[in-house]
Design a protein around this ligand. Structure first.
Ligand code: ACO
Length: 323
C-alpha cells in the first residue's frame, strides 16, 4: 500500500528577548542602515540565560501538536534538526521526547545546519512512506546566539534563536488525496566545508567554538544551489514552478531571497519573508516562516508550498508539499 506523509500541524516559538540593530550597533562597529541594506534584518530574538534549544523545541512541538489535534501519545518518531544541541550527547530530541511524554519510537538529532529542517523533513517522510512510523514530529530548533563571536560584526548581526515544528502523518494515497509531501531533494558538497563552519567541536578542539563564514562566497553559492534545488524538487514532483502558491525559504538574507526570486521569475508577493523580524534562525527558519504564513492566513490547506534552504557543509535542499 503506497503511503504519503501529510503536514497536519505546524507550530513555532521565539524567545521573548528581542535584540534590535540599534542595540547591536552599540556593541560592535555596525549600523542599522548597513544591516538593513545588506541583509534586510531589523531585529532577532535571543534566548535568555538558561533557555536551551530543547526549551524552544518543546514549545514549538506543543503548538504543532495542538494545531494537528493530536496527543504526544500519537507520536512515534521525532527528528530534530539542530546545530546547537543542549549537550554534545544525548540528542536534544531525546530530551524533547521525554518532556513531551512521547513513549513510542525513536528520537534523534539531525545535523545539516541551516538546511537541517529540509533534511529532517526528507528523513521523516522516508520513514513514514516505508511504514516505519505513523506520526512524526519534525523540528528545527536553534540557539545560534551561543555560537556567535559577538566581536565579529560580519557574522553576529545575521543570526537569531527560535524553533519551528510540524506534525507529519502517514496516510494512504486515497486518504491523502492531493495533499502531502510531493518531493524532496537534499544535497551536500563537503568540499565547500571551509566557507561556513564552527571552529570548535568535541573531537577536534574539545570546545564548542565560534561560527566562521566567508559571507560573499556563501552568498554566491546560495543563489545558484537554492535555485537548482527548487527546480529539481519541482521536476521530481512533476510540478511547474509557476503552479507553486507559496515559497517558504530559509531566512538567511533578504538579498538571497530576492536573488533567487529574480533568477526563477517568481513574484515577490509569493515569497514568505520573516528575515526582518527573526534574522537567520538556521534550521528553525523554514518551519517558523511556514507557521507565520499559516497563522496570518496566507498559506491554506490545499496550497502548494515549496520550501528551500542552504547551509554549512555546504548542504542544500528543497521540499515540495501540498498543505
Ligand atoms: N556592519 C558594517 N560593516 C560591515 C559589517 C557590519 N555588520 N559586516 C561587514 N562589514 C564590512 C566589511 O568589513 C567590508 O568592509 P571593507 O570593504 O572595508 O573591507 C564591507 O562591509 C563589505 O563586506 P562584505 O563581506 O563583502 O559584504 P557583503 O556585501 O558580502 O555582505 C553579508 C556581507 C551580509 C554577510 C553577505 O555576504 C551575506 O549575506 N552572505 C550570505 C551569508 C549568509 O547568509 N550566511 C548564513 C548562513 S548560510 C545561509 O543561511 C544561506
Amino acid at each position: 500500500m503506497e503511503l504519503r506523509s501529510i503536514i497536519c500541524g505546524v507550530g513555532s516559538h521565539l524567545p521573548v528577548r528581542v535584540l534590535t540593530n540599534a542595540e547591536l550597533s552599540r556593541k560592535v562597529d555596525t549600523s542599522d542602515e548597513w544591516i538593513v541594506a545588506r541583509t534586510g534584518i531589523r531585529q532577532r530574538h535571543v534566548a535568555a540565560e538558561g533557555e536551551l534549544t530543547s526549551d524552544l523545541a518543546i514549545q514549538a512541538a506543543v503548538k504543532a501538536l495542538a494545531s494537528a489535534g493530536c496527543a504526544a501519545a500519537d507520536i512515534d518518531l521525532i527528528v530534530l534538526a539542530t546545530a546547537t544541541p543542549d549537550l554534545t550527547f544525548p540528542a536534544t530530541a531525546a530530551r524533547v521526547q521525554a518532556a513531551l511524554g512521547v513513549t513510542k519510537g525513536a528520537a534523534f538529532d539531525l545535523q545539516a545546519v541551516c538546511s537541517g529542517f529540509i533534511f529532517a523533513l526528507a528523513t521523516a517522510d522516508n520513514f513514514l512512506a516505508r511504514g516505519q512510523a505513523k506520526r512524526a514530529l519534525v523540528i528545527g530548533a536553534e540557539t545560534f546566539s551561543r555560537l556567535l563571536d559577538w566581536e565579529d560584526r560580519s557574522t553576529c548581526v545575521l543570526f537569531g534563536d527560535g524553533a519551528g515544528a510540524v506534525v507529519l502523518e502517514a496516510r494512504t494515497k486515497a486518504e491523502a488525496g492531493a495533499r502531502g509531501v510531493i518531493s524532496t531533494f537534499v544535497r551536500t558538497d563537503g568540499k565547500l566545508h571551509d566557507l561556513l563552519y564552527v571552529d570548535g567541536g568535541p573531537s577536534q578542539t574539545q570546545s564548542v567554538g565560534k561560527l566562521r563564514m566567508v559571507g560573499n562566497a556563501v552568498f554566491r553559492h546560495a543563489v545558484e544551489h537554492i535555485s537548482g534545488a527548487m527546480l529539481e524538487a519541482c521536476a521530481r514532483g512533476g510540478v511547474d514552478i509557476a503552479d507553486v502558491d507559496w515559497f517558504v525559504p530559509h531566512q538567511a538574507n533578504q538579498r538571497i531571497l530576492d536573488g533567487v526570486a529574480r533568477k526563477l521569475g517568481i513574484d515577490a508577493g509569493k515569497v514568505i519573508s520573516t528575515v526582518a523580524l527573526h534574522g537567520n534562525t538556521s534550521a528553525a527558519s523554514v518551519p517558523l516562516a511556514l507557521d507565520v504564513a499559516i497563522r496570518d492566513g496566507r498559506a491554506k490547506k490545499g496550497d502548494m508550498v515549496l520550501m528551500e534552504a542552504l547551509g554549512g557543509g555546504l548542504t542544500w535542499g528543497a521540499a515540495l508539499v501540498r498543505l
